[in-house]
Design a protein around this ligand. Sequence first.
Ligand code: RAM
Length: 878
Amino acid sequence: MSDLTILPVTVEHHREPFGIGERAPRLSWVSRTDLPDWRQAAYEVEIDPEDGEAWSSGRVDSPESVLVAWDGPALTSRERRTVRVRVWGERAAEPSAWSEDVVVEAGLFGPSDWSARLVQPVLPGPAEHDEPVALLRREFVLHQPVVRARLYATAHGLYEAELNGAVVGDHVLAPGWTSYSHRLRYQAFDVTGLITEGANAVGVRLADGWYRGYLGFTGARARYGDRTGVFLQLEVDHPDGSRTVVVSDAAWRATVTGPVTRAGIYSGETVDFRRELPGWSTAGFDDAAWTPVDRGSLDVATLVAPTGPPVRRTQLVPVQAISASPSGKTLLDFGQNLVGRIRFRVPEGPAGTEITVRHAEVLEHGELGTRPLRRARQTDVVVLDGNGPRTWEPTFTFHGFRYAEVTGWPGELSPDDLEAVVVHSDLRRTGTFTCSDPEVERLHENVVWSMRGNFVDIPTDCPQRDERLGWTGDAQVFAPTAAFLHDTSGMLRSWLADLGVEQLEEHGGIVPMYVPFVELLPFPQQAEVGWGDAAVVIPWVLYQRSGDVQVLTDQWESMTSWIDAFAARAGTELDFPEGGFSFGDWLDTAAPPDDPAAARTPWQCVATAYLARSARTVAQVAEVLGRDGSRFAALGKRAVARFRAEYVTANGRLAYPSQTAYALALEFDLLTDGQREHAGRLLAAQVTADDFHIASGFLGTPLVCDALTSAGELPTAYELLLQREHPSWLYPVTMGATTIWERWDSMLPDGTINPGDMTSFNHYAFGAVADWLQRTVAGLAASAPGYRKLRIAPRPGPRLTSAAATHETPYGPAEVSWTLDGTTVGLDVTVPPNTTAEVSLPDGSALVEIGSGRRSFSCEIPEPKRVEKPMASRTPEE
Ligand code: RAM
């Protein structure tokens, strides 16, 4: 009987180590055991090449099991190696059994690996709303059987490849959105089963996507180029060791006469089945009417392999209800605001029948609420050809929707005719939170859905209107929550690489306000507090949560350059004397619908606080990396002093009586001990004076509950959390929200959409409170990088009788679950093997240090009491 199992090795942050870009990828493994207090004493890694000698690390005495260096010979392009590991526990002489084998396959590492050319279809002129989908193809003959075949591909635009009539792979929206001129991602697919000896054909559908399509809310398009193109290399290995390589080149032909007549990310897709070209991606198709492709240019040095998972279809959601609107329109309700598209099973109907489907997140007074979408039409159109039923789903678009309005459907529409296909980066889910209050659970579920909807290759602000941009501020405040809920390391490392390259090579150290950046919006490029800080905060969060030091090394220059750019805007006194515009505490509850930057707390105050925090973080990073961080530490110190001098009285009262000002001062550690205590009480008093309503924006809101908790004002944090009236986290839940809204009242109590022209119903920024739910209410947090050490510190409060969180740490599953019965707290915890935990019980008793395994605790606490509002601030009706 073995009570120690080693799960298959994982490679860097890949879900599947196929076509990877790392020559010496780091390896991680999880030990599964019921043995308490288990620690790894040693490991052995074996790496087998396809031919030749296996490599073994031999027994390595080390407790490391996360992102362990690949000490074997480096991979070469295309190489496949099989990896396994076994370990020794501290108390066992015998090793575990070997883990199951994992095959690691390298992608193409160098420019010399590529013989493909970028080929471009001839497109119609750039008329307004011209969003063509081109088809490209060529045939080829294989004179020998196929042992193995790989397709490497990318595009200017979005592509989907077919081989002999079969779609290649399950990626959606490939190659994704990166900073194309610096880093263009390619994909690798195993296509061994899709081709054979003899005649074959390869075809590619190609749409504008982010490259040539409409972007942003000024109607800009073709920001990266006005020609789309395909870059593809098919490599086929034969039994005699020879290889046939088929690439995109002058032999390809293209057309825009295919069935999909329009595809735009914002606008949706139109398919006209009368234009179908059966067999276009199979051998023998007559493409005489197609035109030769043009040769474009692509710098192969910009090609990069993915570091995270692709966008995929991750879930099917059935229609919940079909109804008629007051004006007689047919409406579908999927019961969940989601991101993806609808898959149609269209019945037979007369040729030329046009079915139009418009998507929206909400209904307004019973009708589809499309105003918040602005220019994004989110409309799919299906034109029938009179032949038989069909199943169709758009390929090159995604919509943010819960509802859809269908016109032109032939006959009666049944729920079986349609389903929603959820689409997003296929991140591994790692975190959960549950509790006794169904509304709080729904809030948390809404956060998860908003994350899914906005992690579509890049982290976006919203997934529905004519925006969907990688706003850095939104990602920065949400990163801790995101890193708990899903394994974000691979995806965000790619996005951070884009952030860094654009910041350093194009913006003189200023972090763009959204990444990838192209000139779209009428804002000046300047150091934006809270947005630019993404350069520092996100790598630090990823390091804390995943233990990956490399992200700090890779982002070092970006971080330090950001601090320099930020400090330059701050001026010699660090008080941002030039003023001007800044997003600041964006969407403060006091800001009117048409002026989202009009916050209670001036942005300069927020900026000095952020400068202090980011500079100090970089000083900590320097320590981790063994570099000299003294100038950042000194800058941090000066910024703290400046903040105190400018915004804090000697006793700890803030110049602005706002939740944000107090939360920043407390959470960013900007006060003296004496000031802290007073400020904590004043924050609680402020929240009470605000009637336990949120009174902050993007930058302050994520900090308030944490600040109250650390100031010993937990019950006030609970009042804020459990508030149901606007503005609050639960108000949207009471309004039936199934995602986090951009504005606290994106939907007004009377069912009217907020009049502001920036009203998304799927915006994760305010969902950042979930991190507090996970870390503090449930009490599951990392106290050392990568959860090598956990901090288990649940904090029960009034009106909740239980809460629980789980997190798949790099070392295995961790769980915390508590119940409150009167005054008795029962606590069950699971600590992953090879880690330890410090447990801080809610009764305030001394920390308990424990090793891995399951443990239960109980303690007595005073019954959690609700905070009373002082009589003076009550309204007469109360
Ligand atoms: C809007 C969105 C986004 C925010 C920017 C500043 O476009 O609300 O979330 O980051 O403004």
